[in-house]
Design a protein around this ligand. Structure first.
Ligand SMILES: [Zn+2]
Length: 267
């Protein structure tokens, strides 16, 4: 029989059971809500990242192009005004700053190559001093005319095309390795390539000696490995540039590249 007492017990049981079920439901709902929100936030983040990444890939066709586009952003500094009034040894030439027409090198023969006569004595002195230390340095490239530069660029460009690259990639790669006529430091007569060497030069004692001593003669490693995005050129361990003793020592001590050093002077 369901008398009053029993009825109350029964009612409490049913009511409390219902209540705990409702609490459980609330918890389950809250739990699902938290999980759902977290998953949505995570998904949104990943989709965004993926979109950004895809955009980069779409904008540029290849890794090479991506590097070039990063480089272009970093290389925006216009040194035209600087070049107009600076000392001859601090002229700045790179992929976006051409050798000014009024900058005329006074060429002098150094072995098989020509260099600006104003760097002739420092270069001779440096090479003689290095030889005393058993270091064998010779100049494989000095001044290059714009015509010669064009030949080198065209040759590199067509080599790249032969590697099945599309025109844009091939062009950008040549830009990174060779530079356009007028936009290469060799057009100034102030740049030197040693020993006809490539990247392997960085593991030679000749390179070590140059890194240690070239600043005393006014020369800097022009395209350091950790400055590729600022110079716009790949690491070239055998390419040195005359900037004068004072600038070379500051650049060496402060671990700068020429763009950074000159930017600091322009401030
Ligand atoms: Zn060079």
């Amino acid at each position: 029989m369901l008398n009053k007492k029993n009825y109350l017990k029964y009612y409490k049981r049913i009511y409390l059971k219902g209540k705990s079920t409702r609490i459980k439901k609330k918890f389950i709902f809250l739990f699902i809500f938290v999980i759902f929100t977290s998953v949505s936030v995570l998904l949104a983040f990943f989709i965004n990242t993926e979109e950004m990444y895809t955009m980069d890939l779409n904008e540029t066709d290849s890794v090479v192009n991506q590097a070039v586009s990063v480089k272009k952003k970093k290389l925006r500094t216009d040194f035209t005004n600087w070049n107009r009034s600076c000392d001859w040894n601090l002229i700045l030439v790179n992929n976006v700053n051409e050798v000014p027409d009024y900058f005329l090198p006074n060429l002098k023969q150094y072995g098989d190559v020509e260099v600006d006569e104003r760097i002739f004595s420092s270069l001779s002195e440096m090479i003689q001093e290095s030889a005393k230390n058993g270091v064998k340095l010779w100049v494989s490239s000095g001044y290059r005319s714009k015509e010669r530069q064009k030949q080198l660029f065209d040759r590199d460009f067509s080599e790249n095309l032969k590697q099945n690259m599309n025109k844009e990639d091939a062009y950008n790669l040549s830009l990174k390795n060779i530079s356009l006529p007028g936009k290469n430091e060799h057009n100034t007569g102030l740049a030197i390539d040693f020993n006809a060497a490539g990247e392997e030069f960085c593991s030679t004692k000749e390179y070590e000696w140059l890194i240690e001593n070239s600043a005393n003669y006014g020369y800097i490693l022009r395209y350091p490995k950790d400055k590729e995005q600022v110079t716009g050129r790949v690491f070239e361990p055998a390419h040195f540039r005359y900037v004068g003793e004072e600038a070379a020592k500051i650049i060496k001590i402060q671990k700068l590249c020429l763009e950074e050093y000159i930017s600091s002077l322009m401030k």
